[in-house]
Ligand binder design. Structure first.
Ligand SMILES: CCCCCCCCCCCCC/C=C/[C@@H](O)[C@H](COP(=O)(O)O)NC(=O)CCCCCCCCCCCCCCC
Length: 218
């Protein structure tokens, strides 16, 4: 019994991720880091279930999540409750390398920016999945979403490796199955529910970063 609970625990479920993104926004539209990180953890669970060729991607994402969690748990953790409070605290205390890498290679601001850019990829990819046809290819949808977003921030070698990994993605139907929601129509409906939430979290973060000139942090 205990075993089956453990296995269930590890299974990705889109609904769970949807719920964490729902919890992300406070009443006055601040983004809770705790839930943001939990959302990413859920997504990484999904990525891991697709096989080890995606290991280099999930490893980088896990590293970044760990950096944020360390900030949240250290003595100044109370400053890392929302993305807004984190940005304010790190900027006021000059804890961010603004133009070139220096003494703060692991600032919360630059670390979250990497995940934030990846969230844009996710938004574009999920929107393609949502509107895809039976014969649409996940690898193509994924590559298109990547080329429109994240790839612009990656060097050639990372783009190349990512491109090769995309070719290993399962087809649309198996992909839907791993999402663990039910029939394809239910997946599409849930994507329709998840996307506005993800977009809102993305946009709020994007505006905040733009306002403070943080969109190109090294
Ligand atoms: C489902 C297919 C998953 C494809 C994932 C697409 C994203 C491809 C990203 C390739 C990143 C390669 C790893 C290296 C990255 C770093 O160089 C680079 C820069 O960091 P640095 O400034 O510290 O050096 N890092 C990043 O850009 C952060 C990447 C984070 C990627 C997280 C991707 C998680 C994917 C979750 C998939 C979930 C699908 C859900 C469907 C329901």
């Amino acid at each position: 019994m205990a075993d089956s609970v453990a296995v269930e625990d590890q299974k990705f479920c889109l609904k769970e991720v949807l719920n964490t993104f729902k919890l992300c926004l406070s009443e006055n539209k601040e983004v809770y880091l705790e839930h943001y990180v939990a959302g990413w953890r859920g997504l990484i669970k999904f990525l891991n279930s697709l096989g080890s060729v995606f290991g280099f991607i999930s490893k980088d994402a896990v590293n970044k999540i760990q950096i944020l969690v360390n900030h949240m748990n250290d003595e100044n953790g109370s400053q890392y409750v929302t993305v807004q409070s984190m940005v304010k605290y790190e900027l006021e205390n000059e804890l961010v390398d603004l133009t070139k890498r220096g003494s703060h290679p692991e600032s919360g601001c630059r670390t979250l920016l990497r995940l934030h850019r990846a969230l844009r990829w996710l938004e574009l990819f999920l929107e393609r999945l949502r509107t895809s046809k039976e014969d649409s290819k996940t690898s193509v949808m994924c590559a298109e979403a990547y080329n429109e977003s994240l790839s612009q921030h990656h060097p050639w070698v990372v783009r190349k490796a990512a491109g090769m990994a995309f070719c290993m993605l399962p087809g649309r139907l198996s992909f839907f199955e791993v999402m663990n929601v039910g029939q394809p129509e239910q997946v599409v409906a849930m994507l329709g529910e998840a996307l506005p939430l993800i977009s809102e979290v993305y946009q709020i973060t994007e505006d905040l970063y733009a306002q403070h000139n943080l969109l190109e942090l090294p």
